[in-house]
Design a protein around this ligand. Structure first.
Ligand SMILES: [Ca+2]
Ligand SMILES: [Ca+2]
Ligand SMILES: [Ca+2]
Length: 358
């Protein structure tokens, strides 16, 4: 080690100078100037601290490899006037701390269904030197309603926060990140397959772990010579590894249609005779924790009947036959259509229209 004398040791030496042995001690350094000296004023000792290299305030502190130099100075007065002496210079090279954090970047459980799902994480180098991390995705987490299968771990090569197949690099085993500088964060995607047979509302977690390639262990574990510039690499408070869990929830949304008819005949009864009016009722029931998009209910006008113009209703409200002015449109030739748009699970909509039996 370059370090020959600690700051504390030099402080103690300085006290000794002041208390009792100032002259003899200093003579070693400045013999010609000190000979016959009269100590006329208290000796003042001062430190000069200097560090070389970048001093950015990283989460992990000063950059690994930084040289911190320390020289103490004492000033005093003797018969020849003010005098100054410097200590030897102590040099400390900052070792590399190995620290990492992993977080989930998903704002909540990812809604999913059987097939591919993507979870997003962030791996951050919390140390003070460059380090790469080996990644492991574990789909078997306690409490899971089902387990996914991990297909790939990918990194956000183009930095847009979204997994882009064919653009974002898929890591090959052992899945290891590029070297991250101190404080550098990397977005990581875990691509999984949700199995068939899952049911609405079932949940599953996937855990991503990052481990420093140099090594992990109890805080304070030393990897001699494996840090920056041949210094040591020392495991920090995180143990040089961290994990985070991302969550999936199955949202299977289904639509059921139920159709019924009520007939009113011209005589006030309910017989289906020519001239009877048949009112069809279609009930669309949307079930599940998710939603469906572009839900359109359509019905053709049955043979042997004629559409009764302007009879479409949606949830007891009237719709016009014209297209584009509201959710409904209808004609004898094309039948009726009601566009319900995006419909959340747990919703029921009722459509009715009339026809006359020919
Ligand atoms: Ca390193
Ligand atoms: Ca991307
Ligand atoms: Ca309309």
């Amino acid at each position: 080690m370059v370090l020959e004398k600690t700051v504390q040791a030099f402080l103690e030496d300085s006290r000794n100078i002041m208390n009792k042995s100032a002259i003899s001690y200093l003579c070693g350094a400045r013999s010609s100037a000190i000979t016959g000296a009269r100590v006329a004023s208290p000796i003042v000792a001062a430190f000069a601290l200097a560090s070389f290299g970048a001093q950015a305030a990283h989460a992990g502190g000063v950059n690994a490899g930084t040289l911190i130099e320390n020289t103490a100075t004492a000033t005093y007065e003797d018969g020849d006037g003010p005098q100054t002496v410097d200590s030897n210079t102590v040099v400390v090279r900052v070792d590399e701390l190995l620290d990492v954090t992993v977080t989930s970047l998903d704002s909540g459980p990812i809604g999913t269904a059987p097939g591919e799902a993507i979870l997003t994480y962030e791996v951050t180098n919390q140390g003070n030197g460059p380090e790469a991390y080996e990644l492991t995705a574990n789909p078997v987490v306690g409490g899971n309603d089902f387990d996914t299968t991990v297909v790939n771990i990918a990194v956000d090569t183009n930095g847009n926060g979204t997994y882009d197949p064919g653009v974002d690099e898929i890591l090959t085993a052992p899945e290891t990140t590029q070297v991250l500088e101190a404080d550098e964060a990397l977005t990581v995607f875990v691509i999984v397959t949700v199995p068939d047979g899952v049911t609405d509302g079932q949940a599953s977690d996937v855990e991503l772990t990052a481990e420093a390639v140099t090594g992990t262990g109890a805080p304070g574990t030393v990897f001699a010579g494996q840090g920056v510039d041949g210094g040591d690499a020392i495991v920090g408070t995180t143990g040089a590894e961290d994990s985070a869990v991302g969550s999936l929830i199955v949202g299977i949304t289904t639509v059921d249609l139920t159709k019924s008819v009520v007939v009113v005949d011209p005589f006030g009864g309910d017989n289906a005779v020519p001239g009877s009016v048949a009112t069809f009722t279609i009930v669309a029931t949307v079930s599940g924790s998710g939603s469906v998009d572009d839900l359109v209910v359509t019905d053709a006008i049955p043979d042997g009947t004629t559409y009764s113009a302007e009879t479409i209703t949606l949830d007891d409200g009237d719709l016009t036959d014209a297209s584009g002015d509201d959710a409904g449109e209808g004609s004898d030739a094309d039948g009726i259509a009601v566009d319900l748009g995006t419909v959340a699970g747990g919703t029921v909509h009722t459509v009715t229209f009339d026809v006359t039996i020919d």
